[in-house]
Design a protein around this ligand. Structure first.
Ligand SMILES: [Zn+2]
Ligand SMILES: [Zn+2]
Length: 422
């Protein structure tokens, strides 16, 4: 048995005297030491399990002992025991269990792979169908252990996924009568205290790839009107892209209905609430939102606004009068062809219909009072000093705030209408 007190290095070594190569060599050697020590600890844990040591100390299992003795969290203790029992033969009750991952154990004993490598291999092994013969399974394990010796854990994850896909293919070929299982997908969500929707889930490979394909172009950086750099971090751009995708989906003509109605947001506002008094506007009769947000939503023709008088009576349900008709929408799309904000490239089916004179202030839902804006520029129009107007030639244009352009020269988007053709 190696003497664990005899280490080639110890804390307090005079590293400032070592040259560069010696430092790198020492880095590798200490890592091997750590990994071999982990492998040795695995053997110890398997032995404790086989001899029922925890029970003799009054513990339920090895995991509980590890947690208390080395003072780690339960998930860490569980992971160590899982690795130990997979790598080494042990006894469970009266049953002798063979090592499920002997090649991994051998590679680990050399100090060649990390705990993360072992976890990756074990995850793949756990997903190999029980119908695969033991000999074949051990062959796959050896392939992964050899790969782990030379590659980072992410590469072992990837190889594991490819291996599982291949095994699945082989099995389908062998037994074509058995239909493949349906894709495993999950989505869970909950509202938090800040009225944000938090979600978690997983998608099968095909839907996942589609998700990435759809989101990627929407998440590209979007420069400002004078080419200023997009400063949003990547995760924010992904979030914005996802919101835009939802907004676009809602506009789809053939969306399934519920109780005969296409899904539409309902904004309920009281006259007093609109002026910042009393209760705030409600989204879908349930979720309080700021007045500015309600105005932005109510501006777009697809949202149904309901205005209540001071005693709660319904003054106006915008449904009939306001919802831009399909013909109107089409005419708007033909005229603007996309977002009218200078430099924007979002085409018309990605746009919202903005009321130049606010709908709440009596602006009609007529073509002369509507311009197409993408979600991002619609928000900008409501929250900044940018404004829009209809020029004398009947074409929409945007007017920058004075801080942006002291002369406030109106600008047009030439993406869809090159300047020479008007
Ligand atoms: Zn608007
Ligand atoms: Zn835009």
């Amino acid at each position: 048995m190696p003497d664990p007190t005899r280490l080639p290095f110890s804390p307090g070594t005079a590293w400032h005297r070592a040259d560069r190569t010696a430092l790198v060599t020492a880095l590798c050697e200490t890592e091997t030491m750590i990994r071999r020590a982990q492998a040795a600890q695995s053997e110890i844990l398997a032995e404790m399990q086989s001899r029922g040591v925890p029970q003799t100390f009054g513990y339920a299992d090895v995991e509980a002992v590890v947690k208390d003795v080395i003072r780690c969290d339960r998930p860490e203790a569980r992971a160590r025991v899982r690795r130990a029992l997979a790598c080494h033969e042990h006894t469970e009750g009266t049953r002798r269990m063979p090592a499920a991952a002997p090649a991994t154990a051998a590679t680990s004993a050399e100090g060649a792979i990390s705990a993360r490598h072992i976890d990756s291999i074990l995850r793949t092994l756990a997903e190999i169908p029980g119908t695969v013969p033991e000999e074949e399974r051990l062959g796959y394990e050896k392939i992964l252990a050899d790969l782990a010796r030379e590659s980072p854990p992410a590469a072992v994850d990837r190889a594991g996924r490819h291996l599982l896909a291949r095994i699945e293919q082989d099995h389908l070929a062998r037994d074509p009568a058995e239909p493949p299982p349906p894709p495993a997908r999950e989505l869970n969500w909950a509202w938090n205290r800040d009225r944000q929707l938090c979600f978690a889930g997983r998608l099968d490979a095909v839907s996942g790839a589609l998700f990435e394909k759809l989101l990627s172009p929407l998440a590209n950086p979007r420069p400002g009107p004078d080419g200023q750099r997009d400063t949003r971090p990547i995760d924010q751009r992904h979030g914005d892209a996802f919101a835009e995708l939802l907004d676009h989906t809602q506009r789809a003509a053939d969306l399934p209905t519920e109780a005969g109605e296409k899904p539409a947001l309902l904004v309920t506002m009281s006259i007093d609430g609109l002026h910042g008094r009393r209760e705030p506007p409600l989204l879908n009769e349930d979720i309080p939102i700021p007045v500015g947000e309600a105005r932005l939503l109510a501006c777009d023709a697809r949202v149904i606004p309901a205005v209540l008088g001071s005693s709660g009576e319904l003054l106006d349900l915008g449904r009939e009068t306001r919802l831009a008709t399909t013909a109107q929408r089409r005419a708007l799309g033909l005229r603007d062809r996309g977002c009218v904000f200078p430099g924007c490239t979002r085409p018309s089916n990605w746009c919202q219909a903005h009321h130049i004179v606010d709908w709440i202030n009596g602006g009609p839902s007529d073509l002369d009072n509507l311009v197409l804006l993408c979600g991002m520029h619609h928000r900008l129009m409501h929250t900044s000093e940018w404004t829009s107007r209809m020029a004398d030639d009947g074409k929409p244009e945007c007017i920058p705030p004075p801080w942006f352009d002291p002369k406030q020269t109106p600008r047009r988007n030439h993406t869809f209408h090159p300047p020479d053709t008007g």
